[in-house]
Design a protein around this ligand. Structure first.
Ligand SMILES: CC(=O)N[C@H]1[C@@H](OP(=O)(O)OP(=O)(O)OC[C@H]2O[C@@H](n3ccc(=O)[nH]c3=O)[C@H](O)[C@@H]2O)O[C@H](CO)[C@@H](O)[C@@H]1O
Ligand SMILES: C=C(OP(=O)(O)O)C(=O)O
Length: 436
């Protein structure tokens, strides 16, 4: 377990280039296994989930060339690869290795429930339904599921119970290997799903509906050699913008995806924070942010997290951290996960007043005046470890975030980046494993 010690209360200033989005990088890495053609990727982040995925490819016998200084990764899953490797544990993305494993070897074994962050039950049922619909046989119980595909999958028309990110990505990958044209309704359309679609399109895939709730994929087209450079991670851009506001700093964050930001900007505005996007950079120069009262006077202002194009559930902790350090009350509503708000008790150690209304709704009674440094413990939730670190950066004095390792799953050099912006942040303790 590694911890982070923060000497908080310093304004964060300067410019920063964020990393790529883990949730775009991982499905793209999985999709490379669908082809025997070489693939080159740029801007690949040095994060533990990527390490686990590349180690898995090495165990299959794939050629893997990595240079994390430049972010270049070259992969070649040639005809000689063999399926003798256990899917990585501790991250949800393992479930997206199933379609390429079925495509290459006709079988995939899921020895875990492919659970990542401890946000709730994180069922695999929609995935199982999908594989069965494509013609796979599935046996075993949760914790040891064997999925087999005899012969070529046939195209399907499928309608998801809910707009699941990884199930949509699995649909796309299964559909590529199937005979005929498949269609998915109630597809997820998060920026990372869009980036996977862009990558596959660059490999010659015929796919329509990117960014919408209906995706159509033509199967059976051989994937061509490809090169993809990952976009900036909207999660990381939003995180640093919030940090700028919370610490009273002036930060400029490189941002090539401002088209993803209109609702995020309006959400920042609810906290009295103005975001500017100009010439490929985003900036917050916050002075004394405070929660804005809604037009309808008897309501609490609120941030609702749900599948895209709503505010993503993964960004809710970032806005909770901002609200914790901003005067005024805010209601947060996580419509996705039933176990993602229990960490609010850690916030109270900083003196943040919160009301956990039910598993899905939390109120922060923000009062930036009375916060004190604290020792807090993060659950195994990447964005919560980040959120606790953000509060620690804003509160003057020495705080400790215990069990901060999950940060390394998604954000490369996060503490180093904070230090470059003027923070006093240091990792301490033993690093348990690269799985975080
Ligand atoms: C590797 C990866 O990409 N992980 C992301 C992916 O996980 P993942 O693909 O596992 O998340 P899903 O979109 O399947 O949703 C997660 C859970 O939320 C619940 N649910 C979701 C949507 C909905 O309309 N109703 C509903 O009940 C379900 O219990 C589901 O199990 O998407 C999540 C939701 O954006 C993010 O938190 C994860 O970071
Ligand atoms: C929840 C996340 O990851 P995972 O789905 O792997 O748990 C995340 O990226 O915030």
């Amino acid at each position: 377990m590694s911890n982070i010690i923060v000497e908080g209360g310093r304004p964060l200033n300067g410019s920063l280039s964020p990393s790529a989005n883990k949730n775009a990088v991982l499905p793209v890495l999985c999709a490379t296994l669908l082809t025997q053609a070489p693939v080159t990727l740029s801007n690949v982040p040095d994060i533990t989930d990527v390490h686990l995925m590349l180690d898995f490819f090495r165990k299959l016998g794939s050629e893997v060339a990595v240079d994390f200084d430049t972010g270049k990764v070259r992969l070649h899953h040639g005809p000689g690869i063999r399926p003798d490797a256990v899917l990585p544990v501790g991250m949800r993305s393992s479930v997206m290795l199933i379609p390429p494993m079925l495509h290459r070897f006709g079988q995939a074994i899921l020895e875990t429930d492919a659970k990542g962050c401890t946000l709730g039950s994180r069922e695999i049922d929609p995935h199982i339904d999908l594989f069965k619909a494509f013609g796979a046989t599935v046996h075993g119980a949760a914790g040891n599921v064997v999925i087999e595909m005899a012969g070529q999958a046939q195209a399907i028309h499928h309608w998801l119970d809910y707009a699941s990110v990884t199930t949509t990505e699995n649909f796309i990958m299964c559909a590529l290997s199937a005979q005929g044209t498949s269609r998915l309704i109630n597809a997820a359309c998060e920026p990372h799903v869009q980036e996977l679609c862009a990558f596959l399109t660059s490999m010659g895939v015929k796919l329509t509906g990117t960014g919408t709730s209906t995706i159509t994929v033509e199967g059976g087209i051989p994937l061509a050699e490809a090169h993809h450079s990952f976009e900036e991670d909207f999660h990381e851009v939003a995180t640093f913008l919030a940090l700028s506001a919370m610490t009273g700093g002036d930060m400029r964050i490189r941002n090539g995806v401002p088209h993803h930001f209109p609702l995020l900007d309006r959400t920042f505005a609810k906290f009295g924070v103005t975001v500017e996007h100009k010439d490929g950079w985003s900036r917050v120069a916050a002075r004394d942010p405070h929660v804005q009262r809604p037009f309808t006077a008897h309501m609490l202002p609120k941030v609702e997290a749900a599948p895209w194009p709503y505010i993503p559930a993964d960004l809710l902790p970032i806005f909770i951290a901002l609200g914790a350090c901003t005067n005024g009350s805010m209601l947060y509503w996580n419509k996705v996960y039933e176990g993602a708000l229990g960490w609010s008790s850690e916030l109270s150690k900083f003196g943040v007043q919160t009301v956990l209304c039910d598993p899905h709704r939390l109120i922060t009674l923000g009062s930036s005046d009375h916060l004190t440094p604290a020792e807090v413990e993060s659950p195994y939730i990447i964005r919560v470890a980040i959120a606790l670190l953000m509060v620690a950066c804003a509160v003057p004095g020495r705080s400790t975030i215990l069990n901060a390792d999950p940060i390394r799953r998604a954000h490369p050099r996060f503490a180093e980046n904070l230090c470059a912006l003027g923070a006093d942040v240091e990792w301490v303790g033993t690093r348990q494993s690269d799985a975080g």
